[in-house]
Design a protein around this ligand. Structure first.
Ligand SMILES: [Fe+2]
Ligand SMILES: [Fe+2]
Length: 246
């Protein structure tokens, strides 16, 4: 069994409010006895991509559990790499592959510098293709990124989703061991499918983006933060629980 905790969109901006919400989620996760194999944070970690925001994120997003990251449209690759991850690197896409338990977790960079919408760049598609080709056939694969590659019926986010997703869909269809795609960006706990696999959206730590027919502000800062737990059992059947952290 593999258990992944999944949070997204912490938007560290120097404010006490946003830092407190992320700290609350980490305190909740960190006190769990387990078994949590990794905690995934799928982007929009900083709000303006500033080094000081990543300094704060690095302190708050620390855990005895393994932490895995990918950037979002509010992140800036160079300080994201240097300050949050503590690795050198340039402005190229920040892609990372990890072994978690028996699974392969590909953390992909779907950001386009300076833009709100997303795309897996040519080099990211090539990298992911290699990751999938090299994954053992008995290893389940999770693919994570920031931007959902499918319409979620959330008009604001649908306009700035991950575009050009046909190449990703082709890759997923060719690799049956891809068990799920995980993303953020939409600031709503949601579940749909993409290329016949589950596409699971982590809630936004910082806010809730409401649907058009709901009451209340579209971007609602009132509700408490939330996280997802993805549980893959030995039969490769995936279950997701969403949990509000009060
Ligand atoms: Fe966000
Ligand atoms: Fe975003």
């Amino acid at each position: 069994m593999i258990v992944l905790a999944h949070l997204s969109d912490t938007h560290f901006d120097g404010s006490e409010r946003n830092a407190e919400r992320a700290a609350r989620v980490l305190a909740y996760l960190n006190e769990l006895p387990g078994p949590i194999d990794a905690v995934l944070v799928t982007g929009d970690i900083a709000d303006h991509g500033l080094p000081a925001e990543y300094e704060e994120a690095r302190k708050v997003l620390s855990s005895p559990h393994r932490m895995l990251f990918c950037p979002g449209n509010h992140d800036v690759r160079r300080p994201y790499r240097e300050v949050l991850l503590g690795v050198s690197g340039g402005d190229e896409p920040a892609n990372e592959v990890h072994r978690v338990g028996g699974a392969v977790v590909a953390m992909c960079d779907s950001s386009i510098p300076g833009q709100a919408d997303g795309l897996l760049a040519d080099e990211t598609i090539a990298w992911l293709s290699t990751v999938l080709a090299q994954a053992p056939s008995d290893a389940p694969v999770f693919i994570a990124f920031h931007h959902p590659p499918a319409i979620l019926h959330s008009p604001f986010i649908d306009r700035i989703r991950q575009h050009g997703a046909d190449r990703l869909a082709d890759l997923v269809r060719r690799h049956p061991q891809v068990v799920a795609l995980l993303c953020g960006h939409a600031h709503t706990p949601a579940a749909t499918t993409f290329a016949g696999r589950p596409l699971l959206v982590a809630p936004g730590v910082v806010s809730l983006l409401r649907l058009p027919w709901e009451h209340g502000p579209v971007l609602d800062y009132g509700p408490p933060p939330a996280v997802a737990f993805h549980i893959l059992d030995d039969g490769w059947r995936l279950t997701t629980h969403y949990r509000v952290v009060t």
